[in-house]
Design a binder for this molecule. Structure first.
Ligand SMILES: [Zn+2]
Length: 259
């Protein structure tokens, strides 16, 4: 049995002291496939170095996080486009819309998301979406671009059953479920009970959002098993079944990497 962490920032400076040991801990725990979403132009080098260190386990993706879209975002996107022309990446992201922290660059975030959607189609790679207080706009933009070449994941999904069903209505889209599902007051168990496991991929979003009992601490990919266990409990199925189905989903999403 193995697990796929579809969203983990293992190149974060929060792991500078023990990165190699931490990644090895995840592999030893059975989390053998880890997808790395880029943040901004300053993180590309560290991300690709980690991928080179663990070529069987860590896979780089490329994009500009919506919280890092500022006045000069076009310069950042130009650098990212050069990267895309240079080599293959496992996914496009993370991108998306974040209206929670700051709405100053709302228009620019939307323009950036459109460009990421075009890249995802051009390079036939899944788009990785961060959607914070922005589900309707993110969904509308995906609907506009959705065709056979556009697949993706609403990472750190925190919406309602209705919103999960909207994601399911798009061709080749999934919801990413992480540590929040283990939190005491989370509404996600109710959502998960009501949607098919075929819609779900697992993620930690390390170093953020560590699952219970590590809530508030630094998160790492080895904790993915705590999230998988919680989903098995909610669905009243075995851990193996959660691993198998979510791995299958991840394989459809990351078909250039997983077989
Ligand atoms: Zn992220």
């Amino acid at each position: 049995m193995y697990f796929t962490d579809t969203h983990t920032h293992l190149f974060s400076n929060k792991f500078d002291e023990d990165r190699t040991e931490m990644v090895q801990r995840a592999i030893d725990a059975g989390v053998t496939k880890m997808f790395l979403p880029n943040v901004d132009v300053s993180t590309i080098k560290e991300m690709n170095e980690l991928e080179a260190q663990f070529p069987e386990n860590c896979f780089s993706m490329i994009g500009l996080h919506p919280c890092h879209v500022f006045e000069n975002y076009k310069e950042s996107l130009a650098i990212i486009e050069t990267e895309l022309e240079k080599r293959a990446y496992a996914g496009i992201g993370e991108t998306g819309l974040d209206y929670y922290w700051d709405t100053t660059f709302k228009q620019q975030q939307q323009a950036s998301l459109h460009i990421h959607a075009q890249w995802a189609k051009k390079y036939k790679r899944p788009i990785i979406l961060h959607t914070r207080e922005s589900f309707n706009d993110s969904f509308a933009i995906m609907k506009e671009h959705n065709n056979d070449d556009l697949t993706g994941v609403f990472h750190c999904f925190s919406g309602s059953i209705e919103e999960a069903e909207k994601v399911a209505s798009l061709n080749g889209f999934y919801i990413g479920i992480g540590g929040v599902v283990t939190f005491k007051k989370s509404h996600l168990p109710e959502v998960i009970k009501n949607v098919p496991l075929e819609l779900i991929v697992l993620e930690t979003d390390s170093p953020y959002l560590a699952p219970t009992p590590n809530r508030g601490k630094r998160n790492e990919s080895s904790y993915l098993t705590l999230i998988a266990n919680k989903i098995a409990e909610i669905k009243e199925i075995s851990l193996e079944e959660v691993a198998n189905i979510t791995n299958q989903n991840a394989s459809k999403l990351y078909k250039s990497i997983l077989k």
